[in-house]
Ligand binder design. Structure first.
Ligand code: MTE
Length: 314
């Protein structure tokens, strides 16, 4: 078994100065583009010309597994609005218009508000190196830059009726060649239960490898929920709605038998068409490693599902 237990964020290590320094050096190296693999050469300044993200702190919640090289993180993508092949997003997402950009946060809250992307970039940014496990049984390790989703939600003061969070993503038919086909019920919508959304591991990412998000990875802002299959991590978010009822998501609508609302990474619950027990770490081709329940984040999130039948609530 190649996956090691996630001892890499034991509390004893979190406070260690060496670990902290190592992370800081990594962040600096990533920003300078000198880190292993950060040579993709993708021009990725956003529509405002911003490229490098400043004041990024290290996070004790990062894994120390080696990040997947930049060229794979940014060239092997799922962003169906730009086509269904892994190479489509990098070819076509350049047309996505990322400025002006706002995210409306509304619904069951006392202070609904629309945030300009410029305001969101002022949230305390951290680098979070997370494992990303796609439902298609491949995985990567991505050095995201972002801030806690909970920090944004607290600003609008959710009411007691807020039980779920719904994410609606950009729909730009002029730019998105993929939405011409009814692959999904556009716009792409995803959702989380409120306690999942407030969990410190759930972030809104605005960058990766020290720079703003390339369009194909969900510029200018996307969710990242590392213990769930990658499709829960909706890209290019324009609206976050606090809701009393469980949102109806794009993948559930497309195939409810195959894609559940929870979609926690779980090697014990197979997709109806393939096993979820093993995964291929990009760019490895033949090697397979064991998939770990909750993508290895069980110590932090398993209690969210205490008493739930995970085969029923898959
Ligand atoms: N968000 C939108 N709007 N459209 C999509 O097609 N694909 C999802 C998710 N978010 C998708 C999306 C899937 S299936 C995965 S695995 C991840 O994005 C992939 O993220 P990455 O390309 O940055 O690795």
């Amino acid at each position: 078994m190649l996956i090691k237990r996630p001892t890499d964020y034991l509390p004893s290590e979190i406070t260690s100065e060496t670990v902290y320094r190592r992370r800081r050096e990594f962040v600096k190296a990533a920003a300078a583009g000198t880190i292993l693999g950060a040579t993709g050469g993708t021009a990725r300044a956003d529509d405002s010309g911003l490229r490098q993200l400043a004041n990024v702190a290290a996070s004790p919640l990062s894994t120390f597994e080696k990040p997947t090289a930049d060229k794979y993180v940014t060239h092997y993508n799922n962003y169906y609005e730009f086509g269904t092949d892994k190479s489509d997003p990098v070819q076509h997402a350049g047309r996505l218009k990322t400025r002006p950009w706002t995210v409306a946060v509304e619904g069951e809250c006392r202070k609904p508000r629309t945030f300009a992307i410029e305001e969101l970039l002022k949230f305390p940014l951290q680098e979070r190196v997370y494992r990303l496990r796609c439902v298609e049984a491949w995985s990567m390790v991505v050095p995201w830059i972002g801030f806690e989703l909970g920090a944004l939600l607290r600003q609008v003061e959710p009411t007691g009726n807020a039980k779920f969070v719904e994410f609606t993503t950009a729909y730009q038919p002029d730019a998105m060649i993929g939405v011409r086909l009814p692959v999904l019920d556009w716009p792409y919508v995803e959702g989380l239960r409120m306690d999942e959304a407030m969990h410190p591991l759930a972030i809104l990412a605005v960058g990766l490898y020290g720079e703003v998000l390339p369009n194909q990875n969900g510029a200018p802002i996307r969710v990242v929920v590392p213990w769930k299959y990658g499709f829960k991590s909706a890209k290019s978010i324009v609206r976050i709605r606090l809701a009393g009822k469980q949102p109806s998501t794009a993948w559930e609508k497309a195939s409810p038998r195959e894609y559940g609302f929870y979609s926690n990474v779980n090697p014990n619950v197979d997709h109806p068409r393939w096993s979820q027990q093993r995964e291929r770490r990009i760019p490895e081709f033949f090697a397979r490693r064991d998939t770990v329940i909750f993508n290895g984040y069980g110590d932090q999130v398993a209690q969210l599902y205490a008493g739930m039948d995970l085969k029923k609530y898959f």
